[in-house]
Design a protein around this ligand. Structure first.
Ligand code: AMP
Length: 444
């Protein structure tokens, strides 16, 4: 069965056909590094990790590129507030981001490209837009003239902004020709970082960094572009306008994929609203696998109304699944029926939750063979470490309680055994009584 991907451009599930047969060039908008990443970012990046890993599972050779916005108004503002050099802010939060990605098990990205390492490519794009008469210069920088790109709005199916659009970066200047015109190159302002260039001293606008980076690695057309829904307009619309105007080739991207928001009380989690939990905070309470389990239970295009209850429920389900998987023996076989059920779910625009259900079906099927190797293959996509044995360091005190409880069970003193189980639970351990003896897990 062919893989189908829902593209925001066509508003339907299209059969996936990369430009070059088995090579996939895929770009996802990375973060602006002025603060620690939150759980909303985690949703987008974990779900793209699943997507890329599944494409590789299908045999595609994927080059996964992500940019890092390391110069931006938000970074400068933060540096001024904290009275620090902007480079210090960037260093701290970029490292923080990489640490979060590593901790979340996101290891599918081939290249993280810092915007400031691509100044000559950015400048070259602005120059080419000027030469074509599409960009113009006013007092504070160079802007893109939207009347020169008639198809503006073809991705979002609109030309005006709406609530939840990432709009903070449309620059305002009364000299602009059209109100939606966006800045390509901003002239130097006092106490702001700048780069020398033929365009004048300044720094890049936000939208141009992505097309400069993707043109460098992929050329003027590529396969997949991803990001959160908030980036469709104007950010991705602006990328299309820039690159399609420069190259004359259409479409810039074949499949535009957008993730639904992680929300808190029905409102998008965002730094500016202050309704966020950082990845670092959440990882203190829950393992990366539980967080991945939550995101594997939700379709990437759908929103996720987040709550502690969702994490608690995911924790229970995940631990139950992992415990069962831990008992499965490897017979060296693959269960083709379940593997193809998994692939069928994923081929349908990456239906993670249906694919996850296949794991449950496998473990509940007493007659199935090839369980271990099939789970292993599926888990290469989800990264839930289902077959990894837990290595828990158990202190002497805990070992004593377990021994005492086993003694109580032998003596059929169930009351005492239950009390000791409760004691272990309060100390952060849960136990399972199996035919092979007592199994212990961390609950904290
Ligand atoms: P930013 O650093 O705000 O530019 O965001 C980086 C990426 O995370 C973009 O693809 C955003 O769309 C995505 N993102 C930000 N907030 C959320 C959220 N609450 N839910 C899902 N994705 C988000």
């Amino acid at each position: 069965m062919p893989l189908k991907i829902y593209s925001t451009l066509t508003r339907k599930k299209d059969i996936f056909k990369p430009i070059k047969k088995s090579q996939v060039n895929l770009f996802v908008c990375g973060p602006t590094v002025y603060d620690y990443a939150h759980l909303g970012h985690a949703k987008t990046y974990v779900q793209f990790d699943f997507i890329v890993k599944y494409l590789r599972h299908k045999g595609f050779k994927v080059f996964y590129l992500q940019n890092i916005t390391d110069i931006d108004d938000k970074i400068i503002k933060k540096a001024n507030e904290e009275k620090k050099d902007w480079k210090e802010i960037v260093k701290k939060y970029r490292e923080g981001y990489f640490e979060d990605m590593k901790n979340l098990g996101i290891d599918s990205v081939n290249k993280y490209a810092n915007a400031t390492d691509y100044m000559s490519e950015i400048i070259s794009q602005v120059k080419r837009l000027m030469e074509k008469g599409i960009a113009y210069k006013i007092s504070d920088g160079y802007y893109f003239d939207l009347t020169k790109f008639k198809e503006y709005g073809k991705l979002a199916k609109r030309k005006i902004t709406e609530k939840d659009d990432a709009v903070s970066r449309i620059d305002e200047n009364p000299e602009k020709r059209n109100s939606g015109d966006f800045c390509l190159w901003k002239f130097k302002k006092e106490n702001e970082p700048f780069w020398k260039s033929e365009l004048g001293e300044g720094r890049p606008g936000w939208h141009i960094e992505d097309t400069a980076i993707t043109e460098k690695y992929f050329g003027s057309q590529y396969d997949v572009h991803g990001g959160g829904l908030d980036l469709i307009f104007p950010h991705h619309e602006a990328e299309i306008a820039q690159m399609e105007s420069i190259s004359g080739k259409k479409p810039l991207v074949r499949y535009w994929m957008h993730t639904g928001f992680l929300k808190i009380n029905k409102t998008k989690m965002s730094k500016s609203l202050g309704n966020f939990s950082t990845i670092k905070e959440i990882l203190k309470k829950y393992s990366p696998e539980i967080i991945r389990y939550v995101f594997a239970s939700t379709h990437y295009r759908k929103p996720l109304d987040f709550s502690d209850k969702i994490l608690e429920n995911a924790k229970l389900s995940y631990e139950r699944l992992k415990n069962i998987c831990g008992e499965i023996e490897d017979d060296g076989k693959i269960n083709e029926k379940y593997l193809s059920e998994f692939e069928k779910a994923m081929d349908d625009d990456f239906n993670f939750s249906n694919a996850l259900q296949v794991l449950w079906k496998i473990v509940r099927d007493d007659k199935a063979n090839g369980k271990y190797q099939t789970i292993k293959k599926i888990d290469e996509v989800f990264g839930l470490k289902l077959l990894e044995k837990e290595k828990i360091k158990i202190s002497k005190e805990i070992q004593e309680i377990i021994k005492e409880r086993e003694k109580a069970r032998k003596n059929k003193d169930w009351k005492k055994a239950d009390e000791l189980r409760e004691d272990l639970k309060n100390k952060g351990y849960s136990i399972d009584d199996t035919e092979h003896g007592t199994k212990i897990h961390l609950t904290k």
